[in-house]
Design a protein around this ligand. Structure first.
Ligand SMILES: [Zn+2]
Ligand SMILES: [Zn+2]
Length: 63
């Protein structure tokens, strides 16, 4: 088939395209773990935004 569309399985978080839905799901699991792409380096907790992570750092680790 000509011109397989990579866009059909597009990651909503980072815009990467995948050929199959399975690949997209695997990427999601590794790269974005259910909307927790901002990880605390100190304790490993995940957050959905940089701000949440900063707030966490301030409260939990006094950084
Ligand atoms: Zn992604
Ligand atoms: Zn932490």
């Amino acid at each position: 088939m000509l011109g397989e569309k990579m866009e059909e399985n597009k990651c909503e978080a980072c815009g990467m395209g995948f050929r199959t839905h399975d690949k997209l799901m695997a990427h999601n699991r590794v790269a974005h773990v259910a909307g927790q792409e901002f990880k605390c380096k100190a304790c490993g907790a995940g957050f959905g935004s940089q701000k949440e992570l900063m707030d966490h750092n301030k409260k939990e680790h006094r950084m």
